[in-house]
Write a protein that binds this ligand. Structure first.
Ligand SMILES: NC(=O)c1ccc[n+]([C@@H]2O[C@H](COP(=O)([O-])OP(=O)(O)OC[C@H]3O[C@@H](n4cnc5c(N)ncnc54)[C@H](OP(=O)(O)O)[C@@H]3O)[C@@H](O)[C@H]2O)c1
Length: 363
């Protein structure tokens, strides 16, 4: 259920609390989170520049362009791109990244760290005032997390994505100053219509291949519905108190993978039956990436150490800091959020098998 909001997809339109003097740049606007951010900011009256990289913007972004959002196509690894991206904006929300569990360390470093170094240099030269970076809660590493806070604990990183996101957030925070506010938002597992990275794949797997979980699914997880995350980002954008701080953002609920997967299976009208014990899952998670690498398979393997560790450990975080400092309060509970996500997934795939599905155009 939506907790206290009329439409559940964000504050009603009507403009920001105070008039922003300049445009907000949203990078990654062709992606899941950036797309939602660009649309919500626009609905609230912010002038938005929405950055994408692919040859043609996805349909919802194109529609935003027709509605008055400035669309800009740039590859942020191009030397001139950061300067061009930030020209005339006062605030940057950086959501562009290479997101995933598969790829070379050099590529993750280039896209998730070097791009930020260059972008921050450009913001300095352009005289921007604030920078909100979409980091990831994955930087905490996998260990027993129950109500872990931004202070920790932290566990070793097992893939290049985690390493690159931590390097990036440290760099972003190091640039906070009296005249330039930087903030890091670390989302948990984000889900909602238009998902590109995790939940649609999870739903596809449940519908077509893997009707189950690993190790019984008794570990806690940390979903956050996308409009709640967007709300947190906008609160950080609008609050001077967010300067130099990291905020972990989840739905704040105590929920296990088993509960989540059983409910999503019921929404898809499939029955979960399999629970792979941890020892063989760990073995597969170690062997499969190795095999894929040897044979040069481009797709990511279905199991990796990262994925198994993610399911093997409690992964629950406190949102007290965001509540206290930003006034963040999640509105969409996980059952309602998952219902909306599954409905959108089924609508977009039209009941076809994954081979027939197209990359999501919904944001
Ligand atoms: N989804 C989650 O559950 C989750 C959880 C925690 C943190 N996050 C973080 O949230 C952020 C957004 O994630 P997402 O799920 O929205 O990912 P996404 O859908 O894969 O979007 C990634 C975006 O980055 C853009 N991009 C990548 N490389 C670029 C480059 N060199 N130049 C310009 N744009 C580039 C892509 O542009 P094109 O598509 O146009 O190429 C796309 O718009 C990321 O920082 C991610 O680490 C996500």
């Amino acid at each position: 259920m939506d907790k206290g909001r009329s439409n559940g997809e964000g504050r009603p339109a009507g403009g920001p609390a105070h008039e922003p003097p300049d445009k907000v740049l949203v990078t990654g606007a062709s992606g899941f989170i950036g797309g939602w951010l660009a649309r919500t900011l626009h609905e609230r009256g912010y002038p938005v520049r929405a950055l994408y990289r692919r040859p043609v913007p996805p349909v919802p972004l194109e529609a935003l362009g027709r509605a008055g959002v400035e669309l800009l196509r740039l590859d942020l690894t191009d030397p001139e791109a950061p300067g061009e991206a930030v020209r005339g904006v006062s605030t940057v929300i950086h959501a562009a990244a290479l997101v995933g569990d598969w790829g070379s360390a050099a590529l993750f470093r280039k896209l998730n760290y070097q791009v930020i170094v260059d972008l921050l240099e450009a913001t300095k030269q352009a005289g921007c005032r604030s920078f909100v970076f979409i980091g990831s809660i994955a930087v905490h590493g996998f260990g027993p997390h129950r109500n872990s806070s931004e202070e920790g604990p932290y566990y070793p990183h097992v893939n290049a994505y985690q390493v690159s996101k931590k390097m990036a957030e440290d760099y972003v925070l190091s640039k906070n100053s009296g005249s330039f506010r930087t903030t890091v938002i670390r989302p948990g597992n984000v889900y909602g219509p238009g998902d590109t990275t995790m939940f649609y794949r999870l739903l596809a797997a449940q519908k077509w291949w893997v009707k189950g979980t690993i190790g019984g699914g008794h570990s806690l997880t940390c979903p956050v519905y996308v409009s709640d995350l967007v709300e947190a980002v906008i609160l950080a954008l609008e609050s001077e108190q967010s300067a130099g701080l990291v905020f972990n953002i989840t739905g704040g609920e105590w929920i296990t993978w088993k509960e989540l997967l059983e409910f999503s299976a019921s929404l898809l009208q499939v029955k979960p039956f399999l629970s792979l014990p941890f020892p063989p899952a760990r073995l597969l998670g170690a062997v499969l990436p190795f095999v894929y690498r040897i044979f040069g398979i481009k797709a990511d393997p279905p199991l990796s150490r990262y994925r198994v560790d993610h399911l093997a450990n409690d992964f629950h975080f406190s949102i007290d800091r965001a509540r206290k400092i930003l006034g963040y309060e999640p509105r969409v509970d996980w059952r309602e959020g998952l219902r909306r996500t599954a409905e959108a997934y089924l609508r977009e795939t039209k009941g076809n098998s994954p081979e027939d599905t197209r990359p999501s155009d919904c944001c």
